[in-house]
Design a protein around this ligand. Structure first.
Ligand SMILES: [Mn+2]
Length: 297
């Protein structure tokens, strides 16, 4: 069943167990059915306790991450690539320990601006690493989704078409795409068309405004995005992601270029985002049904 989710960085930078537990509570209080957590160090956090807390409040968990520079599975340096594969294996175990069903994000390259061109060898190395991770994940009932991100955050997969080609390269049917309106807005000539192109390979979806602030207050053409999701029968989770320097941890600020506050008060922001998603989804369904009923007269 589709859940509306929220990224934990709306609530907290996730420095402590108590912070994350409070973020889980606040997500539930604001009517969300899923919380997205970033990669958590198992020696710092009690993952099973976080999973129990979420489950008690009826919340699903998804885990997302981006590989660090020194653990880039696409790297030509064998030690760096090997470290990347180990980080991915670790991330699958963390996802399982949290009781989460999905691991997404930038699992195929480092998260950040490259100063080198992508190479065919790097692409192959990344595809092989993701295939191995997917095999491990499948055994543990975890689904792998790959986030298509903009040119400043990876040099390997910037468009849906590239994402689909990459999935084919892995040779795995169970690896799906994770699309995000913020990234599509930068890279795709037609974001709604990109959703249609992904079709049944779309496994996870991030709603972001063009400047990563409150939904509906920027330039993303949301009605067309919702129409495409409804039209393709997308049944996966939809997650609100928004970053403000006020909350987000420094590593993510540096990777994503979050240099300023896009909002101050996360409670009203989260409330408005959930209502925005629910209302827009409803409107898209009504548009589709109205169109069809007119056709059948
Ligand atoms: Mn995203």
């Amino acid at each position: 069943m589709r859940k509306i989710g929220i990224h934990s960085f709306v609530w907290t930078n996730g420095a402590s167990q108590a912070d994350l537990e409070r973020a889980i509570e606040r997500s539930a209080e604001h009517g969300y059915g899923l919380i997205e957590l970033s990669y958590l160090r198992p020696e710092t956090f009690d993952l099973k306790a976080l999973g129990r807390k979420a489950s008690q409040l009826g919340l699903d968990i998804a885990v997302t991450m981006g590989l660090p520079q020194d653990a880039d599975v696409s790297s030509a340096d064998p030690a760096v690539a090997a470290r990347g594969r180990a980080v991915l294996d670790d991330a699958v175990r963390i996802t399982q320990d949290l009781g989460a069903l999905r691991l997404g994000g930038i699992l195929f390259s480092k998260h950040g601006k490259y100063d080198t061109m992508p190479t065919r060898d790097g692409w192959m190395r990344a595809a092989e690493a993701v295939a191995k991770t997917a095999e491990l994940a499948a055994a543990g009932n975890v689904q792998i989704v790959l986030e298509v991100v903009n040119r400043f955050e990876s040099n390997l997969i910037n468009t849906t078409a590239q994402g689909l080609a990459f999935i084919r390269e892995t040779g795995r049917d169970d690896v799906l795409l994770h699309l995000d309106t913020f990234h599509m807005n930068i890279e795709e000539p037609d974001p709604a068309g990109a959703i249609r192109l992904a079709g049944d390979k779309l496994g996870y979806f991030h709603f972001n405004e063009n400047y990563r602030g409150a939904l509906g207050t920027g330039t993303i053409g949301f009605p067309a995005i919702f129409d495409a999701l409804v039209e393709t029968g997308y049944a996966g989770d939809i997650v609100f992601e928004s970053f403000s320097r006020r909350i987000v941890d420094e590593a993510l600020c540096l990777a994503c270029g979050i240099w300023r506050d896009t909002w101050d008060d996360n409670g009203p922001l989260a409330e408005q985002a959930r209502r925005f998603i629910e209302m827009n989804w409803q409107q898209a369904v009504i548009r589709r049904n109205t169109l069809r009923s007119a056709e059948s007269v």
